[in-house]
Write a new protein. Structure first.
Length: 253
């Protein structure tokens, strides 16, 4: 066989999801990103933009923390979110790697390797597709579906503490929209009890602030809104959260 033929055979083998090697994982991650996820992410951003620019708050009342609490806003961008969900589902279906890798060495496994081998999903990119799908479901008002997606992620990625913590917070965010405040706060506490990554502190503060504003716990919400503001992106969202912070301070005296 020529060198080109050998390389072609290797690459074709790497394109199969029933193979689990370093090369196949990288190939499937790239294919998931550029073949499907990218288009889904573009659609999601378009839906997000439609909601952000089209949202109309009532400034004579206490603002909700998330614009998705406004029913008219949830109706915007639905076709974009449907496309994002469809692309994420396609990425997961076509590029998931569940087969465990074959070990050629007879050396005893390290603890780190044992944990790595307990994974249920070996494509290192697909967690992003799961998160995007759940967020798209949330944005179009499908809170139970989104909560189910994030709950499933916690089981699928049980060996990845950072992913589990973020999925718990996102599930809690869904429960707050459903006004299941006890369940939402319980999930936040569960996430915080584990090895909690510092980069998730703003999301944790945002979920708690949302619960507290909805329950009219205005004084308790103030520090969490301030924490969430530190990493809030977008001029419009920052402006409305500053307005909300002013409302909360006024209500708390």
């Amino acid at each position: 066989m020529t060198v080109i033929a050998v390389l072609t055979a290797v690459l074709m083998a790497a394109c199969l999801t029933n193979k689990n090697t370093g090369l196949s994982r990288r190939v499937q991650a790239l294919k998931a990103l550029y073949n499907t996820y990218y288009n889904g992410h573009v659609a999601f951003r378009e839906g997000q933009l439609a909601q952000t620019t089209g949202n109309k708050d009532n400034y004579t009342e206490m603002l909700p923390f998330y614009i998705t609490a406004n029913k008219a806003t949830v109706a915007m961008g639905k076709s974009n979110y449907d496309r994002a969900i469809e692309k994420c589902q396609k990425a997961i279906k076509q590029h998931s790697i569940t087969k465990r890798p074959e070990r050629k060495s007879n050396k005893p496994k390290s603890q780190k390797e044992k944990i790595w081998l307990t994974q249920k999903e070996y494509n290192p990119f697909l967690y992003k597709a799961w998160f995007l799908m759940g967020e798209a479901q949330f944005r179009k008002g499908e809170y139970m579906e989104a909560a189910s997606t994030f709950a499933y992620m916690q089981r699928l990625y049980f060996s990845k503490p950072d992913i589990v913590a973020k999925a718990r917070l996102q599930e809690a965010k869904c429960y707050a929209e459903l006004e299941w405040f006890y369940d939402a706060e319980n999930l936040v506490n569960q996430a915080a009890r584990d090895s909690f990554p510092s980069n998730l502190e703003p999301l944790k503060a945002a979920v708690l602030a949302d619960c507290q504003v909805r329950q009219e716990l205005y004084e308790e919400a103030i520090p969490n809104v301030r924490k969430a503001l530190k990493q809030t992106k977008g001029t419009l969202q920052k402006a409305r959260l500053h307005f909300l912070l002013g409302q909360l301070c006024h209500a708390a005296g």
